[in-house]
Design a protein around this ligand. Structure first.
Ligand code: APR
Length: 254
């Protein structure tokens, strides 16, 4: 099914020299990776975010938290990039300098061929040591899959023996400074920002499309459902990442 684009959207993409693609969990939904807030299928529908995605949760029950992230990592390992991820990688070829900013902690953008996605919330594939140095920790990949809700004791850091933690940003933690600065700079300097598959509810990441709009970019949303970002967007394309992104990329100038 070919998505028909509104003429203004097609024109904006054809003329764009600097494009940012900002993605959320919906980007990976068609790869079988659960989102967070979708009713029933979302991770938070089945798990309590506060119980799992916070430093306090890891401190209180490291086996539960580590097991949850290893289960998610095993699921991602079994998933494949979808047509939306592949379209984003194609866009980077068509419009050099395209910047991909993602809230996702999976590696599907990378596996689709995106060169250097900016991970605002870290990565399932970058566990790190809880010791003072917080150095990257080598964890066998794919690690054991404890199954949904399974428990797994976090391994000890090979360098210092301190427990290893997931390399993701938890609620209450600061985003990686370099990633956030890169994202803000890119959003401030683009002609078009595509926001794809995010509910736009978690800050400061949710500021990125707003920064683009405030600095004169055309913001285009791809999401089957309305979100708080609707008001920021010049166009709200009610479709999925895998359905709509290939048409958007085809409209971008080569
Ligand atoms: N294509 C496009 N969008 C989709 C698709 C799809 N196939 N399926 C679902 N969506 C949309 C949903 O309508 C929803 O608006 O994706 C959005 C997913 O929203 P969330 O589950 O809230 O995920 P996200 O916006 O990425 O959450 C942001 O919150 O929990 C924290 O750190 C976590 O990075 C995450 C952040």
């Amino acid at each position: 099914m070919r998505t028909e684009l509104p003429p203004a959207v097609a024109t904006a993409l054809a003329e764009a020299r600097r494009i940012v693609v900002f993605t959320g969990a919906g980007m990976s939904a068609e790869s079988g990776v659960p989102t967070f807030r979708d009713d029933l299928t979302g991770l938070w529908a089945r798990f309590d975010a506060e119980q799992l995605a916070t430093p306090e949760a890891f401190q209180a029950d490291p086996d539960l938290v580590w097991g949850w992230y290893e289960w998610r990592r095993a699921r991602v390992r079994r998933a494949a990039p979808n047509a939306g991820h592949l379209a984003v990688a194609e866009l980077e070829t068509r419009v050099p300098g395209t910047v991909v900013i993602t809230q996702n902690v999976d590696d599907l953008h990378e596996r689709a061929g995106s060169r250097a996605p900016v991970h605002l919330h870290g990565s399932l594939f970058a566990p790190r040591c809880t010791g003072a140095a917080a150095h990257p920790a080598d964890v066998p990949d794919p690690g054991a899959d404890p199954g949904e809700g399974g428990r797994l004791t976090p391994p000890g850091c090979a360098q210092c023996g301190a427990p290893v933690r997931p390399g993701v940003v938890w609620f209450g933690e600061a985003l990686p400074r370099a990633a956030l600065t890169t994202a803000i700079d890119a959003a401030s300097d683009c002609d078009v920002l595509l926001t794809v598959g995010t509910s736009g509810m978690v800050y400061p990441a949710a500021e990125i499309p707003r920064i683009a709009m405030l600095t004169g970019a055309t913001v285009i949303q791809v999401n089957p459902d309305p979100t708080p970002l609707d008001a920021v967007c010049a166009a709200n394309l009610r479709g999925t990442a895998a359905q709509v992104l290939p048409a958007l990329v085809a409209a971008a100038q080569r």
